[in-house]
Design a protein around this ligand. Structure first.
Ligand code: PAZ
Length: 352
């Protein structure tokens, strides 16, 4: 993304409604961490949506639940970082992720005390929940965690750009950990339908609906003739979606938005194992940041590959089979290594 593409892109959208509030919260958060001389990581997490209509009824989405981002945020907090958690709204959050969504419904952890009727945590979960609760409280009470939501890919871009600018005073104490699954394609605003895209022909004198490119015919009940039991033929529209590539923002983050001396870690997801390392390396060469963590959709919970500009260039980290069920996306290992890379860069001659 050149600076010109950048301004074209951002000028064609109104800023997200929550942006000003998020900026004010981030400014105060960064100031607090500066006073404590604390390192701050911006963790991005979850998927981005691509709306098909301006007044959005339908959108394209991706699979990401935010497990990697939420579990990594916990690990960063345990390693002394303050965390700005920029996440897809309603995706997993640090700490609460242990008790949310269908696989970990919080109600399954509760019981009613037969004597007092109080709601209590079941005995077998007390210890693990106490542990999570203490960490959560500690992060909140000490202002170590700032949670900011986004939904669309455009909101994500606006937020990332603003937050990176606001993190400038942190300099080398800033880290960017970009685990969000950011859509590669979108519909530019000037081609986006304003209203809900219709699946059947609307008479020209009603409304102002954009025509859809192609059509097909099928047989059904004609809704214009209620009560008419006879089957009639009417036209149903085929929807052809024409997507543009999302401007590559990483280049701008590295060269302009992020603070001088900060560390930038991006993720690369693939499904074809033969492409993963090549794509991760290409990304590292193209954007000249510090680390690309590659993962495959099918094995992402147990193994990742760290691709770095320095030797050994490629390092696989695998969670042993025996520990897989307990692992939180293998992120304990990832952050241990990311910390080491950061340390080696800051103090090349000094052992950790
Ligand atoms: O959110 P999750 O834990 O289900 O998945 C994490 C992930 C695969 C989205 C992340 O590790 C990742 O690779 N993010 C970058 C994806 C990409 O844009 O290539």
């Amino acid at each position: 993304m050149s600076t010109e593409t950048e301004s074209n892109y951002f000028n064609s959208y109104p800023p997200p409604k929550a942006l000003q509030r998020h900026e004010a919260l981030t400014r105060a958060f960064v100031q607090l961490q500066l006073e404590q001389n604390r390192r701050v990581v911006l963790v991005t997490s979850g998927g981005t949506t691509v709306p098909l209509e301006n007044q959005t009824v339908r959108f394209i989405d991706n699979f990401s639940a935010g497990t990697r981002g939420a579990s990594s945020a916990e690990q960063f907090l345990e390693n002394g970082y303050a965390v700005i958690f920029l996440h897809r709204q309603f995706s997993l959050l640090p700490y609460s992720r242990h008790y949310s969504h269908s696989t970990n419904c919080f109600l399954d952890f509760m019981d009613e005390d037969p004597v007092t009727s109080s709601i209590v945590v079941r005995k077998e979960y007390q210890s693990s929940m106490r542990d999570v609760l203490r960490k959560y409280r500690y992060a909140k009470q000490n202002n170590l965690l700032l949670v900011l939501p986004f939904t669309t890919v455009t909101e994500y871009m606006f937020e990332l750009r603003s937050l990176a600018h606001l993190m400038k005073p942190l300099g080398a104490n800033a880290l960017f950990y970009l685990a969000a699954a950011v859509s590669d394609f979108f519909i530019p605003r000037d081609r986006m339908a304003e209203h809900k895209i219709q699946s059947s022909e609307i008479p020209a004198h009603i409304g102002q609906h954009q025509p859809i490119q192609d059509d097909e015919v099928y047989t059904g009940y004609n809704e214009d003739q209620p009560g008419d039991v006879e089957k009639t033929e009417y036209k149903s529209k085929k929807l052809v979606i024409d997507l543009d590539p999302v401007p590559k923002f990483l280049h701008r983050l590295v060269d302009g938005w992020a603070p001088e001396g900060s560390m930038i870690v991006s993720f690369k997801l693939e499904t074809d194992p033969t492409l993963l390392v090549y794509k991760a390396r290409t990304s590292l060469q193209r954007y000249a940041h510090h680390l690309v963590i590659g993962n495959l959709l099918s094995t992402r919970k147990w193994e990742v590959v760290f691709v770095t500009p320095e030797e050994p260039h490629e390092r696989w980290i695998r969670v042993p089979k025996s520990k897989r069920s307990k692992s939180i996306s293998g992120s304990e290992n990832q952050i241990g290594l990311a910390e080491k890379i950061l340390h080696d860069q800051e103090h090349p001659d000094q052992p950790e």
